[in-house]
Design a protein around this ligand. Structure first.
Ligand SMILES: [Zn+2]
Ligand SMILES: [Zn+2]
Length: 354
């Protein structure tokens, strides 16, 4: 079967600035061919992520290179393989890890490839996955179990794996008390995964619908930060603070809240990021209470593989995670809805990229 010679792709031509709004268009482009050591994926699903919004609003520390195809949360089907590739064949269902590490540096060698200094991120540094086809390094592919639909497989690589990695960084497990600050797409999956590990979960947000949804997903208590001081309430609910706190908003204020929520000996893990600086507790309290604060960035191949094992075993259910699907032409509206939180998306996935 021959492949089409062109494909459609959502491309960013200009970042939003004082001079004007962003320029985002669906373009017809030549279909890429895989290099001899690459696999060509027909993209079957690609999640829309808050990072995509940061890309088009100019909120990233660097990039993007323009014009750029957006998207970094894909799953699909192998369409063709380069001559040197033997492990994959057309028709294989795969999820694609979101960053391309160098595979040579010290971090890559110890399985911390999310910290690779030469990490190339699709949708920012190189062409992303909101396109009909995507050529990839086969080392970035993870097989998708037969019963897992591609729209769920896609979001595993980022929306689910990023909070999973953060929970491992935090050391959350059976019986621990964990506070989750920010109940959007990543925060909700942190709630789901923390409950799966046997933790007691307290959720904080400013949006009533997000709070109700967190309860439906298993949170033991939720706090509306517009109505009460979340730090005081966490300390009351827990008799002195939670063991762990995870932060998904990315502001100085919420990072400070996360750290203030933890009990002596506790650890706050920061996942959200933006332009703010970290300014928080007096050093004396931080030191004498032996508090810990850690960053958590993305996820590793190991994390994604573990999540597919949980899905395959039926222990993890992502049936409520994808709140909307759309085609490529609907992707700009989905990005706007994510930015304004209109319709309260957990994850919108583009499932028709032809
Ligand atoms: Zn993302
Ligand atoms: Zn590396």
């Amino acid at each position: 079967m021959s492949l089409p010679t062109t494909m459609r792709a959502l491309r960013l031509h200009a970042v939003r600035s004082d001079a004007g709004p962003e320029q985002l268009r669906v373009d017809e482009l030549p279909r890429p061919d895989p290099a001899p050591d690459e696999v060509l994926i027909e993209v079957g699903a690609c999640g829309i992520c808050a990072t995509d919004v940061h890309v088009l609003t100019g909120g990233l520390p660097h990039g993007p290179r323009l014009p750029q195809v957006l998207g970094h949360e894909p799953a699909g089907t192998v369409a063709a393989v380069g001559d040197e590739v033997s492990d994959w064949r057309p028709g294989d269902r795969v999820a694609v890890l979101m960053g391309r590490p160098c595979q040579r540096c010290g971090y890559c060698r110890i399985g911390r490839e999310n910290l690779c200094r030469d990490l190339v991120v699709p949708g920012i540094d190189t062409a992303g996955a909101l396109a009909g086809y995507l050529p990839v390094d086969p080392d970035l592919l993870v097989p998708v179990p037969p019963d897992v639909p591609l729209h769920e497989a896609a979001i595993v690589t980022d929306a689910v794996a990023t909070p999973y990695h953060a929970l491992k960084r935090a050391g959350v497990g059976e019986g621990s008390i964990v506070t989750v600050v920010g109940l959007g797409g990543l925060g909700m999956h942190a709630v789901l995964l923390a409950k799966l590990s046997g933790a007691h979960v307290i959720g904080i947000d400013v949006d009533v619908i997000n709070l109700e949804r967190a309860v439906a997903w298993g949170a033991d208590a939720v706090i509306d930060a517009t109505r009460e001081d979340p730090v005081t309430t966490v300390h009351e609910l827990t008799d002195g603070g939670s063991d762990r706190a995870l932060e998904f908003v990315g502001s100085a204020e919420t990072a400070d809240q996360a750290l203030r929520c933890v009990a002596p000996g506790g650890r706050a893990v920061l996942v959200g990021f933006g332009r703010d600086h970290l300014e928080t507790l007096p050093l004396a309290r931080f030191v004498t209470q032996e508090l810990e604060v850690a960053g958590s960035y993305g996820a590793t191949r190991q994390d994604v593989g573990e999540l597919f094992d949980l899905l395959e075993d039926g222990r993890l259910d992502l049936g409520r995670s994808v709140t909307d699907t759309t085609d490529l032409d609907g992707a700009p509206a989905a990005l706007r809805a994510l930015e304004t939180r209109e319709g309260h998306p957990i994850r919108t996935v583009v499932t028709d990229l032809r």
